[in-house]
Design a protein around this ligand. Structure first.
Ligand SMILES: Cc1cc2nc3c(=O)[nH]c(=O)nc-3n(C[C@H](O)[C@H](O)[C@H](O)COP(=O)(O)O)c2cc1C
Length: 240
């Protein structure tokens, strides 16, 4: 029996994996996060995040390799938009990962795989913004996730899913299912649909758009709160 089989065998029963609903962004701002964190400081509560890193480390992944990708523009916009809440770094190695092969995942996995795993290990929360291809998750993104099923970097990791094409529902539902079976914590309140279809916005244009930047800041704020254990997975959208 492989490690992967053992991990799945030990996993608790799956939660309901029905299709990802359309989440409207909740109202949460950077000031909400600061207020909540100050409260934690006052109470000296133990948080899910190492106190040495008061600024949460977030990794953002675009599921598109396209040079003018709207999903990549979104993840680039997150770094400045998250200022004061989280340090967002963008993972750009999706196209360098070799096709997943369990035979190559022994003692010496390929270097790009080690780098990907290390990026995930050193983040407290993950944001994925992905297109849909033929009603599914882009192969490069699914391939990346396949490399970490056995190594387990996503276990209990809070994840926000961003969908820039609200008509595309299959890929988001599939991504949610895959992440859930890998024991990641998909945070519904931080998972949003924004409409970028046909708008050809780059990161700067997204940041300048009041509505888009507010939605993304809110998603980051709610993901931050979830990572600190302040936002319960069961809380309704908008509750902090
Ligand atoms: C090969 C291919 C297949 C696609 N399949 C779908 C699909 O099944 N459903 C959908 O809503 N959009 C589909 N699209 C549209 C993309 O999801 C959409 O253009 C997306 O915004 C592209 O993201 P990007 O700008 O980050 O590359 C497809 C695009 C391509 C290139």
């Amino acid at each position: 029996m492989t490690d992967f089989t053992l991990r799945l065998a030990a996993r608790p029963p799956l939660p309901d994996a029905s299709a990802l609903p359309t989440y409207r962004h909740a109202v949460a701002q950077p000031s909400d996060v600061k207020q909540q964190l100050n409260r934690l400081d006052d109470q000296e509560e133990t948080t899910a995040v190492d106190n040495a890193h008061r600024v949460l480390r977030m990794l953002a992944i675009s599921g598109s390799l396209r040079s003018a990708s709207s999903n990549s523009a979104v993840v680039q916009a997150l770094t400045p938009l998250a200022a004061g809440m989280a340090d967002v770094s963008v993972y750009r190695g999706l196209g360098e990962l070799p096709p997943f092969n369990p035979d190559h995942d022994g003692e010496h996995p390929p270097e790009p795989v080690l780098e990907f795993r290390s990026s995930l290990q050193s983040c407290d929360a993950l944001v994925i913004s992905s297109p849909e291809y033929a009603h599914g998750v882009p192969g490069v993104l699914k391939n990346a996730l396949d490399w970490i099923v056995g190594s387990g970097e996503l276990i209990d990791k809070p994840v926000a899913l961003i969908n820039v094409s609200p008509h595309a529902t299959h890929a988001q539902a599939s991504l949610k299912e895959t992440l859930t079976v890998m024991s990641a914590r998909v945070v519904p309140q931080a998972s949003i649909n924004i409409s970028l279809a046909g708008r050809r916005l780059d990161a700067d244009a997204i940041i300048s758009d009041t509505e888009l930047s507010a939605a993304l800041q809110s998603a980051v704020a709610l993901l931050t709160l979830a990572a600190y254990g302040i936002l319960s997975a069961a809380a309704p959208a908008g509750a902090i």
